[in-house]
Design a protein around this ligand. Structure first.
Ligand code: SER
Length: 338
């Protein structure tokens, strides 16, 4: 008998670490985690961890013989800034990696006659607004607006959303028997901010970096202009959303891809919230034209009505609460032991 598990790829990333903790607290199936890196020591007892590459076909084949994946949280990806330094590598990891896992989940859905739930984090990077005038005018965007990404990562995410919809609706559509399809569900996240981890290789990293630098008494030069605005979300809400979408009754879902958001802030507003908590923070603004262009192409806000309506999405943290009740107290504990 193969063991029924929840598979988390990219488990050592920011979302992965937070998700492992939440899933381990629930009475969900056992966790199987996969990442190029080892799990941090404090998470090791919570899952069976495989240190390996999602592009390693032999490894995936071996895992399928041992485990039945009930739900897959496919988090492994190269983020937007890193992807611009290595676009082809980003494509391999973000697209070919996703394709391999979709195929594996599709085959498993057929074999067991029950759809594998495939949960996929997408991103505001799938949007590409042409200029700041349009960004100010179309402040809040719907899922189907401005799907013209300017980064390899954004292209990859947009395409993988489509691939997921294909595998869950049309896979092998001309084959004789109609197969049981997988159940693909995706969330477009805004920039995420965690109190416990810092991101690497993203373009929205200036938000969390400003905060974590101030808490450690390090000066920080923000790489975008003060008026740069994109939506953000506290990590607990991101994890809650993944779990909520994964648990939603399938018949309630009218889309495969959902926007979600919590609050939109300018870089100056983030600086002000950080400075309230850390009055000695030294934060300057030294816009880097290239990363600035990417942030300027991302929307200022998202319309997440469909997520509210279909699966009851509701963020617990607005900006003030995210900073005052989650980020600042936990960061104080982490770096200052208070
Ligand atoms: N936070 C991500 C990035 O900046 C976007 O999904 O790449």
């Amino acid at each position: 008998m193969r063991k029924k598990v929840i598979l988390i790829t990219g488990a050592v990333g920011e979302i992965g670490q937070a998700l492992i903790q939440s899933l381990a607290e629930s009475d969900a199936n056992d966790l199987l985690t996969l990442d190029l890196q080892p799990l941090p020591a404090d998470l090791q007892h919570l899952s069976t961890h495989i240190q390996g590459d999602i592009l390693d076909k032999n490894l995936l084949t071996r895992l399928v013989t041992e485990y039945e994946f009930d739900t897959v949280f496919h988090l492994a990806a190269l983020l937007s800034a890193r992807g611009e330094f290595a676009p082809e590598l980003a494509h391999r990891v973000n697209v070919e990696g996703t394709l391999g896992l979709l195929q594996l989940a599709a085959e498993q859905s057929q074999r067991r006659g029950d759809p594998v739930r495939f949960i996929f984090p997408s991103s505001i990077a799938v949007y590409g607004l042409p200029d700041l005038e349009t960004k100010a005018r179309d402040y809040f965007v719907r899922e189907w607006d401005w799907n013209h990404p300017t980064t390899m990562y954004g292209c990859n995410k947009l395409y993988c959303e489509q691939l997921g919809a294909y595998y869950s609706r049309h896979y092998q559509q001309l084959a004789a028997a109609s197969p049981v399809m997988l159940d693909f569900r995706s969330i477009r996240f805004p920039g995420l901010i965690s109190a416990f981890t810092t991101p690497t290789g993203g373009t929205s990293d200036y938000g969390p970096e400003m905060l974590h630098a101030a808490a450690q008494d390090n000066p920080y030069a923000c790489f975008v202009r003060e008026d740069s605005v994109i939506p953000f979300m506290a990590m607990p809400d991101a994890v809650m959303a993944l779990l909520k979408l994964a648990q939603a009754p399938r018949e309630r879902l009218t889309r495969t891809v959902y926007n979600i958001t919590s609050f939109s802030l300018t870089a100056a507003e983030i600086r002000d919230l950080v400075a309230q908590a850390f009055p000695n923070a030294i934060i300057s603004f030294e816009a880097d034209g290239k990363r600035q262009r990417i942030i300027d192409s991302w929307p200022a806000g998202l319309i997440d009505k469909a997520a509210h309506r279909d699966w009851g999405w509701e963020p617990a943290y607005g900006a003030e609460r995210a900073f005052n009740e989650y980020l600042i107290p936990n960061i104080m504990k982490r770096y200052r032991d208070v």
